[in-house]
Design a protein around this ligand. Structure first.
Ligand SMILES: NC(=O)c1ccc[n+]([C@@H]2O[C@H](COP(=O)([O-])OP(=O)(O)OC[C@H]3O[C@@H](n4cnc5c(N)ncnc54)[C@H](OP(=O)(O)O)[C@@H]3O)[C@@H](O)[C@H]2O)c1
Length: 293
């Protein structure tokens, strides 16, 4: 199977390109600018801005993938709130461009959405109607609707606060940020009034592999099953790395000048993914051990 992955220089995209290649899939990766994965000789990398619809369609028709996994996005809520036109283009219009090509190619289309399509009434099931409280969530919800209206086999995943190991010079996750700051003896402030279910990135890669291999349609919540605040997660990083936990100060979200609202508790119900995909999330302690050493 030939899988085309967008967002190849992003956190999930880098992991997914490597993961699917290791599993024997033929991977074509689209990223902006140069490939940031060190010594990438294992999958085909194409430098392309996805907003260039003509070049994008030409590339897709030439490559003719059997599946498209769309991870690229303007993924920072504050940036989306501040640049609504640009985030509409990046998150909604680009998804539409990709769907147009997927329909011609009859390719399975998998869209990476987010827990932020929901507001504050957790626990959320896949069938619950999204009610985003920030513009990022709104763009993702609109893109989800376009995906569901398409005529191809389509799937949507909603991961939460992903973390995992990082490759040299590649995008780090929150846990590496904490590790680096504490290693440099720097004080950090971390939010302690938001509850998340962090997702180990390789669990997402595993689930996506199963979905493309078996052409599984539908929405899937791919999240961890432990509830934790970012502050508590940072403390776990300090503990596992033998770093000074007293450098971490717990704060409330409103002590940051964030533009976009964030849900207090975005917990997702993962029963459907467990039953259909055999999704069994790695514990946070184990995920951190795999990510940090
Ligand atoms: N990380 C999380 O915790 C999390 C949680 C829930 C959902 N998600 C969703 O999961 C997906 C993957 O997340 P992530 O953390 O891997 O995101 P990320 O690290 O921000 O990666 C997104 C990638 O998309 C690329 N991109 C954006 N616009 C593009 C364009 N016009 N043309 C080409 N490339 C473009 C970016 O390119 P540049 O490198 O040039 O910026 C970046 O490499 C995203 O859709 C995100 O919304 C993430």
């Amino acid at each position: 199977m030939k899988i085309l992955i967008t967002g190849a220089n992003g956190f999930l995209g880098q992991h997914l390109c490597q993961f699917l290649t290791d599993k024997g899939f033929q991977v074509v990766a689209i990223g902006r600018g140069e490939c940031k994965m060190p010594l990438n000789r294992i999958y085909k990398y194409i430098s392309l801005d996805l907003t260039n619809v003509l070049k994008l369609h030409k590339c897709l028709y030439y490559e003719a993938p059997t599946a498209i996994i769309h991870t690229a996005a303007m993924s920072k809520p504050d940036e989306c709130e501040a640049q609504k036109e640009l985030s509409t283009l990046q998150n909604i219009k680009v998804t539409e461009y990709l769907l147009q090509a997927a329909e011609v190619l009859k390719a399975h289309f998998i869209f990476c959405s987010t827990d932020f399509v929901f507001g504050d009434n957790a626990l959320f099931k896949e069938r619950d109607v999204p009610e985003p409280i920030n513009f990022y969530g709104q763009t993702k919800f609109r893109a989800e609707q376009l995906v569901q209206q398409s005529t191809v086999i389509n799937s949507i995943i909603r991961p939460v606060f992903m973390y995992g190991n990082t490759y040299e010079n590649c995008r780090p996750s929150f846990v590496q940020w904490v590790q680096r700051k504490l290693s440099a003896n720097e004080n950090i402030q971390v939010v302690d009034d938001q509850i998340r279910t962090p997702t180990y990135v390789k669990d997402v890669c595993n689930a996506l592999t199963y979905m493309v291999s078996h052409q599984i349609p539908g929405i899937f919540h791919l999240a961890g099953q432990e509830l934790i605040t970012p502050y508590q997660l940072a403390c776990k990083v300090a503990y596992q790395c033998g770093l000074n936990q007293s450098l971490i100060q717990p704060v409330t979200a409103n002590s940051f000048a964030e533009i976009a609202l964030r849900p207090k508790n975005s917990q997702l119900d993962i029963q459907k993914a467990k039953q259909i995909l055999g999704f069994w999330p790695t514990s946070i302690d184990e995920g951190l051990r795999l990510s940090l050493f």
